[in-house]
Write a protein that binds this ligand. Structure first.
Ligand code: ATP
Ligand code: MG
Length: 364
C-alpha cells in the first residue's frame, strides 16, 4: 500500500493542510519550527494512535482547538483502487473511520498503515529498555501474522488477572487457573517472535552498507525466562512456575514470561551498547528499523511507509551517503524531512518536494 493523500488539522502548529503524496519519495523541507515533525506526528497518530514525541494527545492538539484530525487516502496497489481512512482525537475520545465506516479498534486502523518512523530518538531502540525492542519485534508479528494481535491481547488480559491473584490474597484461589492459561500462551507468542526475528535478520541485508563499520549484528531472542528454560515446552514451564511461586507471591506480580522478553543485539558476541560508538548505535537502530519495515510483509510487493525525521542529524558524510543509497533501493513509500531541500533533491531525483511553512505544506 501507499498513501496518495495526507490531510492534517489541528496538530500542533498545523491548522489545516493537505499533501498529495508521490508513490515513492516525498521530501518535506522548511525552517525550524515550521511543522515538519508535527506532520510526521500526525501520521504516527493515524498509524499507531499516538505520537513518537509524547504519550499525551493533549500536547498534540493545536492550542485553542479541541480536536485533532488526520486522514489519508490508501492506495492498495491496484490502479484506481483506493479508500479513505481517518482518525479524530480529543483529549478524551477517539473516532476512527475506515472506508466510511466507524471502527472501534486502533489495531484495525493500524493494520492498514504499516508505518516505520525513524527520528533522532530512534537510537533508544538499541540503548533503551527491553519494552521498546519487544514492541519493535511485535510490530513485525502484528503485520505478518493475522492472529498475533488476538494472542497478544489475550496474553495481556491473562497477565492482568494473574497479577491480581499474586497481589491480592482474596483472589489467590484462582492463581493456578491463570498460571495455566499464562503458560499455555508462552509457546505461541515465542514462536511468533522467533518467526518475526528470522524475517528481521534476513531483511537486515538491505542495510548491509550501513552496517559496514559496526558489522552485521547477531540478534538473539530472550524468551522472558532464564536461558535454561524452554519457552516452547509447557510441561517444563509448569515446573518452572511451580518452583517460582513463592518468589512471585513475594513480589506480587508475574516475573517471567513473554511480557519480559528482550531482543539482544550483539556485535561479535558482545552487547552492541558496550562496544559500538554513538554514531554506530544510531546506524544500528536505523538499519533495524529499515529491516523492520521490509519484514512486515512476506512478499516484496506489499509495501509499507518509512518516515524519517531529521535524516542528517548525527551521521557523517559516508554514512549519510550509505543511507541515501539504501533508501533509494527500497520499494517502500518514503516521507523524509529536512531543513534544506537540496541534499535530498540531489539524491532522490523523482522525489516530490513540499515546502512547509507556518504549518502549511505546499508542493514545489
Ligand atoms: N499544541 C500546540 N499548538 C500549537 N503549536 C504548537 C503546539 N505544540 C507545539 N507547537 C509549536 O509547533 C511548532 C512545530 O514544530 P515542529 O517540531 O513541527 O517543527 P519542525 O519543522 O519539525 O522544526 P525542526 O526543524 O526544528 O525540527 C513549534 O514552534 C512548537 O512550539
Ligand atoms: Mg522537527
Amino acid at each position: 500500500m501507499w498513501l496518495s493523500r495526507l490531510s492534517v488539522s489541528n496538530c500542533r502548529i498545523v491548522a489545516d493542510t493537505g499533501l498529495e503524496l508521490a508513490q515513492h519519495a516525498n521530501v518535506l523541507f522548511g525552517d525550524n519550527a515550521s511543522g515538519k515533525s508535527s506532520l510526521l506526528e500526525a501520521l504516527a497518530v493515524l498509524s499507531r494512535g499516538r505520537s513518537f514525541r509524547t504519550p499525551r494527545i493533549a500536547d498534540l492538539i493545536r492550542r485553542g482547538a479541541s480536536e485533532l484530525t488526520v486522514s489519508a487516502k490508501v492506495e492498495n496497489g491496484i490502479a484506481g483502487d483506493s479508500y479513505p481512512i481517518g482518525i479524530s482525537k480529543t483529549s478524551q475520545d477517539t473516532r476512527i473511520r475506515i472506508n466510511h465506516a466507524d471502527v472501534q479498534q486502533q489495531a484495525e486502523l493500524s493494520s492498514h498503515l504499516p508505518l516505520t518512523l525513524i527520528h533522532p530518538g530512534s537510537v533508544e531502540l538499541v540503548t533503551g529498555s527491553p519494552a521498546l525492542r519487544r514492541a519493535f519485534l511485535d510490530w513485525i508479528a502484528f503485520y505478518r501474522f493475522a492472529d498475533f494481535n488476538q494472542a497478544w491481547r489475550n496474553y495481556q488480559r491473562i497477565l492482568r488477572q494473574r497479577n491480581a491473584c499474586l497481589r491480592d490474597p482474596g483472589q489467590r484461589y484462582a492463581l493456578p487457573q491463570w498460571t495455566e492459561q499464562l503458560l499455555a500462551l508462552q509457546p505461541v507468542l515465542y514462536r511468533y517472535r522467533v518467526q518475526a526475528l528470522q524475517a528481521l535478520q534476513a531483511d537486515l541485508q538491505i542495510s548491509v552498507a550501513l552496517l559496514e563499520g559496526a558489522g552485521m549484528p547477531h540478534l538473539q531472542l530472550g524468551s522472558g525466562f532464564p536461558g535454561s528454560v524452554d519457552a516452547e515446552d509447557v510441561e517444563s514451564l509448569r515446573h518452572f512456575f511451580h518452583d517460582k511461586r513463592e518468589q512471585e507471591l513475594k513480589q506480587g506480580f508475574s516475573l517471567y514470561g513473554a511480557h519480559r522478553a528482550d531482543l539482544h543485539i550483539l556485535l561479535e558476541g558482545i552487547p552492541a551498547t558496550r562496544v559500538a560508538s554513538r554514531g554506530q548505535l544510531k546506524l544500528l537502530a536505523v538499519s533495524l528499523l529499515l529491516a523492520q519495515s521490509h519484514a512486515a510483509a512476506e512478499t516484496d510487493t506489499k509495501r509499507g511507509i518509512i518516515a524519517i525525521d531529521d535524516l542528517a542529524s548525527e551521521l557523517d558524510e559516508t554514512n549519510l551517503q550509505a543511507l541515501y543509497n539504501t533508501l533509494r533501493m527500497t520499494q517502500q513509500q518514503l516521507i523524509i524531512t529536512g531543513t534544506h531541500p537540496d541534499p535530498l533533491r540531489q539524491r532522490f531525483a523523482d522525489a516530490r518536494l513540499f515546502h512547509v511553512k507556518h504549518g502549511q505544506a505546499s508542493q514545489q
